[in-house]
Write a new protein. Structure first.
Length: 347
């Protein structure tokens, strides 16, 4: 019988769940809960290959990234109207605000929708209206990052970027997601170069299942400012030294790594080793409706499995603001609030 780590103290639980934090790695389509999938399917007369919420949930047993993506794209097929994109996004923002998220940078996958005939404008207008309402009613500021699907061609990504030009004021950056292995960052050099010219910031998924070489090429060939996941960097000492030296953030998603079988249990997760090596590491939810929890659940399960301390929680939250695309003055305000939060909790 394996020995379970002790449960978190009520003090640490409270410090984690109430501290202000930023979420930097959330796919909005991955926040679509089964109940909302069924509600939207009914509203839009879309038929699903599942007959109930319960049978859909039982399909959430993944063996790797691709087995998840197949179901994730099927779930997104119920999104057709501006109101659908609004409802999905506002539902996420409410959950995030309840978890102490004060700022979010939200990924969306336009090609998943435009390939089904949904206009890009419909997608962006729904997301933007929800983020405005989130700021006004929930006090949660959020920005949008438009991701390219790496299993599709660079030409398709370029077409998407061109179509997004009228909406650039609503985007903070571009990202790269979907099936990683076999689709290295260098497949997208031209589209990322154009995004930079348009004034967009860039991030990319790399080293989730793929090798450290993909992290090097995301940095050197796509000029990204952050790496999403990046956990495979643990196998490359020179890369770890560079990430630490240049404070290139990793947006890590522990429950995602667990559910997609990157690690057999959270006790094996390298997140604490990465933090102790001097990297800027953040905790995020990735696709919370599919992976068993939102950001606080990611913190709590990681802290329990790795027996982490209050100082680690404050360090991750500080990294979340440091790694964000908010202005430096706003970052400093959040660092001060976090210090105050730690003091109030006796740290
Ligand atoms: N799209 C949604 N979730 C993803 C993940 N974990 N990796 C790559 N692409 C994704
Ligand atoms: Zn992701």
């Amino acid at each position: 019988m394996s020995v379970q780590p002790p449960t978190l103290s009520p003090q640490l639980h409270d410090l984690i769940t109430t501290m202000p934090k930023a979420e930097l790695h959330i796919h909005i389509e991955g926040s679509l809960e089964p109940e909302l999938i069924f509600e939207l399917a009914k509203r839009n007369h879309v038929s699903l290959p599942f007959d109930s919420v319960a049978s859909l949930r039982t399909a959430y047993a993944f063996k790797d990234l691709q087995s998840f993506l197949d179901i994730y794209y099927a779930g997104a097929s119920v999104l057709l109207k501006e109101q659908d994109f609004y409802d999905m996004t506002y539902a996420y923002l409410k959950k995030a605000a309840a978890d102490g998220v004060v700022y979010a940078e939200i990924f969306f996958d336009p090609q998943t929708h435009t390939d089904r005939g949904v206009p890009l404008q419909t997608v962006i207008e729904g997301l933007v209206r929800a983020t405005k309402d989130g700021a006004r009613h929930l006090g949660l500021e959020s920005k949008l990052i438009m991701c390219f699907l790496r299993h599709l061609s660079q030409a398709s990504a370029m077409e998407t970027l061109n179509a997004a030009e009228p909406f650039l004021e609503h985007l903070v950056g571009v990202g790269l997601d979907s099936s990683e292995v076999g689709h290295p960052p260098e497949k997208f050099i031209d589209v990322f170069a154009k995004a930079h010219k348009l004034g967009l910031k860039a991030v990319a998924h790399a080293g989730e299942e793929g090798p450290p070489a993909y992290i090097w090429s995301a940095l050197d060939q796509l000029n990204v400012l952050r790496i999403d996941h990046g956990v495979q960097s643990i196998h490359d000492e020179a890369l770890l030294a560079r990430l630490a030296q240049e404070r290139i953030p990793l947006t890590v998603c522990p429950l995602s790594n667990l559910k997609l079988c990157v690690y057999e249990d959270l006790g094996q997760h390298p997140i604490k080793r990465l933090l102790d090596l001097g990297l800027c590491v953040t905790i995020n939810s990735d696709d919370p409706a599919y992976f068993g929890g939102y950001i606080n659940e990611n913190y709590l399960q990681t802290f329990q499995a790795l027996e982490l301390q209050a100082k680690d929680a404050i360090a991750f939250a500080k990294c979340s603001f440091e790694a964000s695309f908010m202005p430096a003055s706003q970052k400093n305000e959040w660092y001060a609030k976090l210090d105050q939060h730690a003091r109030l909790h006796g740290e």
